[in-house]
Design a protein around this ligand. Sequence first.
Ligand SMILES: Cc1cc2nc3c(=O)[nH]c(=O)nc-3n(C[C@H](O)[C@H](O)[C@H](O)COP(=O)(O)OP(=O)(O)OC[C@H]3O[C@@H](n4cnc5c(N)ncnc54)[C@H](O)[C@@H]3O)c2cc1C
Length: 561
Amino acid sequence: MGNEREKIEFDILFVGGGPANLAASIHLMNLARKKDMELEVAIIEKGATIGSHSLSGAILDPIALREIIPNYLESGCPVEMDVQEDEFYFLTKNKSFKVPFTPKYMHNKGYHIISLSKFTAWLASIAEELGVNIFPGFAGTEVLYGEDDKTIVGVRTGDKGIDKDNNRKTNYEPGIDIIAKVTVFGEGPRGSLLKKIDKKLNIFHGRMPQVFETAVKEVIELPESNYFSDSSGKIVHTFGYPLGLNTKGGSFIYQMKERRISIGLIVGLDYSDPMLEPYKEFILFKRHPFISGIINGGRVLQQGAKTLCAGGYYTMPELAVDGALFVGDSASMLNIQRLKGIHTAMKSGILAAEAIMEALIKDNFTRETLGLYKQLFEESWVRKELYAARNFTQALSKRGISKFFHLGVQYFTNGRGIIDPLPIKEDNKMLKEIVSNDLSIPDEQVSRYGKLEYDDKLYLDKLTGVYLSQTQHEEDQPCHLIVHDPELCSNECSEKYRNPCTRFCPASVYEIEVDEETKKRRLILNPSNCLHCKTCDIKDPYGNITWTCPEGGGGPGYTLV
Ligand SMILES: Cc1cc2nc3c(=O)[nH]c(=O)nc-3n(C[C@H](O)[C@H](O)[C@H](O)COP(=O)(O)OP(=O)(O)OC[C@H]3O[C@@H](n4cnc5c(N)ncnc54)[C@H](O)[C@@H]3O)c2cc1C
């Protein structure tokens, strides 16, 4: 390819190859077939393959999958196991207590345990069979607008072959302008293009702030004789230790095939202690006697991290603008109460496909016509489900036991609770300043994490974890993490928060170097370690970090998680 920017046209462009867009493209192609309509449809995905950036628990409620592929089991859907048994535990520092009553929204019996990376790869194979053009390794980096400067007409993919200093290398290839009648954004949580669209079109105006949780998860292979030996399809959820009751979050352990388990800890990003380190909380969790009893003798096969959008119904953006729709986690459609967003993402994609088909028939792609998507959403089961959980994350964000009071009232009032809507604040406004002029690490943190022990097998340090996420980036490229004001990191952020980016990042991307003589602190970045979880874009107390897509194809190489 030369140095000229190419322009390609499709009828419909899907940005992001997650469950939302894959379901949308499959449903759209099937609708088109029924109407004998020829459609040119494309999906771009920043990962090197479909599935390589997919990370989830995951328990799949197949309700939406069944709508588009009724015979999904016969069609080769990669199911690990069906859930047979739900266990729910409260953990104190050394003990575990089985909760006798599991709330109905945590009932999972009959649902499927899957690996999301395998599942999305399989969905992509179905979409391809139907004629969808899938382009992995292509990241959308700019949104393209029409002459009116408000109609979205497509996206520009990132340039390839640019060096660290922004010079063109010999393999330089300019990004492509992909033009479409409708562009569907399914970038997952904290979409980088979605942020840009919001700046221009104000799609989150009047909504509650977006809030997130971050998770570190692993797939572990257990020894021959293990906690799950006599069961098939057992899942365990815990809450309490190590996060306690002031930090929202909890854990999951799901049994998989071949003596494997999927295990993770989810931490609400509204935590207030700047010294908290989600990754080390995960290690503390694994070291708990009950959990280590389950995993002892095992070996981590793969590790990764990702954020979840936790805000739900009250944080959803406008769903349609001129020329574009927003689906799945990008549209904040995850049901955090059930810790499930795959089926809701897929359903949003299905509804988007139906609205697109109507727009194609009318040959009209304005906000009004595409607004049918919102109408279909309002009439659907997914709206009902999300509405019932509308105040859940807000209740969980309450400190101490007051959260149980809110949750209890919500339970008996179908989600309404005491105050509806219950307010929440942005995650990055929640950190408390450290009141001390001594820039060393506070004692409490040393005692909390100082004695953590790692090995190369079951209790991994961050860098070994990054290695097992199979993350790779072209080293010689511009840094994709934009730190707007590095001086802020050296001074104010150091003093007030001791640079929390060095702790909330699960991949050691951010480090502080201290000059021996001047004692000046300087932020160093290791962008090649980045797992694309986007915690930095969310939790930095000054909003000083913007996550952008690196060269397409870079990032984690998940195959099991
Ligand atoms: C730890 C964890 C546990 C979970 N457990 C469960 C569970 O048990 N059950 C359940 O149902 N849900 C679970 N979820 C939630 C579920 O995974 C998500 O709700 C779901 O994957 C959302 O689908 P999506 O298509 O909207 O986004 P995603 O799955 O995030 O997919 C978005 C895709 O877009 C790509 N992308 C992003 N930006 C660009 C760009 N600019 N250009 C090109 N490509 C781009 C990404 O690489 C990614 O592949 C869990 C999530 C996490 C993190």
